[in-house]
Design a protein around this ligand. Structure first.
Ligand code: HEC
Ligand code: HEC
Length: 218
């Protein structure tokens, strides 16, 4: 009896492997696929379902927007993103899309979303075709306006100052107009003063220049 068990068990194991071997290998592959996918999801900002998937529809894959009217979130400073989400929730900044969405977010969720998008490398605004003459005019105005003093040497933003380089053209222009009209405001009032100091044509040229810049991660 003992002898039968001694040889029988390995024999059954060998037989099982011979019959189901390929299936077992398949199962192993499936399991390792699930494990690596799960690891990728965790790296991308937590387990499934991803909150960031909700943002993709409007802000593009990994926060790199393909639409000039929807801002890219990729590579924006985390403190700036956090402030904006709180502003949308409190309606200090009004927007029909972002207001209701931000109101559903908890503080830890805002923190992790901001950290996630800040960590993504921004890509150039490939689909934007700048008018060469207006781009040059915009470049001069941005230099004269000393925008780099707050928005950083490469206009890549830091702390509470957003990245402007490579942001969507329609979005930039809309924000400028909203600072000028007072729909959007910020505590220092600098952006209102600046925006009202430029003519609508100047604002257009500035937005063209900024949208055409290749964002460089500093
Ligand atoms: C239905 C479309 C839509 C969805 C979905 C959406 N957003 Fe937005 N978001 C917008 C629009 C439009 C704006 C620009 C608002 C404005 O013009 O003031 C914006 C602006 C923002 C801003 C401010 C950007 C800046 O440069 O100031 C942040 C931060 C933001 N969204 C985060 C998110 C996050 C995080 C998610 C996912 C949880 C998300 N959004 C989902 C439409 C959307
Ligand atoms: C004294 C500092 C300061 C200077 C100088 C400055 N900005 Fe800003 N800017 C800010 C701050 C702060 C914000 C964020 C406002 C908020 O929190 O809503 C901002 C926001 C913006 C935004 C909105 C971006 C977004 O993602 O929503 C645009 C566009 C902008 N600035 C353009 C400019 C341009 C162009 C110049 C130069 C002509 C300039 N700024 C100079 C402080 C400054």
């Amino acid at each position: 009896m003992k002898k039968i068990l001694l040889f029988g068990i390995p024999l059954v194991a060998v037989l099982l492997l011979a019959i189901f071997g390929s299936d077992l290998l398949g199962l192993y592959r499936l399991q390792s696929y699930v494990t690596t996918s799960a690891a990728a999801y965790v790296a991308d900002g937590g387990p499934w379902p991803h909150v960031v998937d909700t943002c993709t529809v409007c802000h593009g894959v990994k926060g790199n927007s393909l639409h000039q009217g929807y801002p890219s979130l990729a590579g924006q400073p985390a403190p700036y993103l956090e402030t904006q989400l709180h502003n949308f929730a409190s309606e200090a900044r009004r927007n029909p899309n972002m207001g209701p969405l931000a109101k559903t977010m908890s503080d830890p969720q805002i923190k992790s979303l901001a950290a996630y998008f800040a960590s993504v490398t921004p890509v150039a605004n490939h689909y934007f075709q700048p008018d060469a003459r207006l781009r040059e005019k915009g470049q001069r105005l941005v230099a004269a306006g000393n925008c780099v003093a707050c928005h950083g040497a490469q206009l890549m933003g830091h702390d509470q100052f957003p990245r402007l380089a490579g942001q969507g053209y329609d979005y930039l222009l809309a924000q400028f107009d909203e600072f000028a009209s007072g729909i959007r405001s910020e505590p220092t009032g600098v952006m209102k003063n600046l925006a009202t100091g430029f003519s609508p044509e100047d604002r257009q040229a500035i937005a063209i220049y900024l949208a055409s810049l290749d964002p460089k991660k500093n």
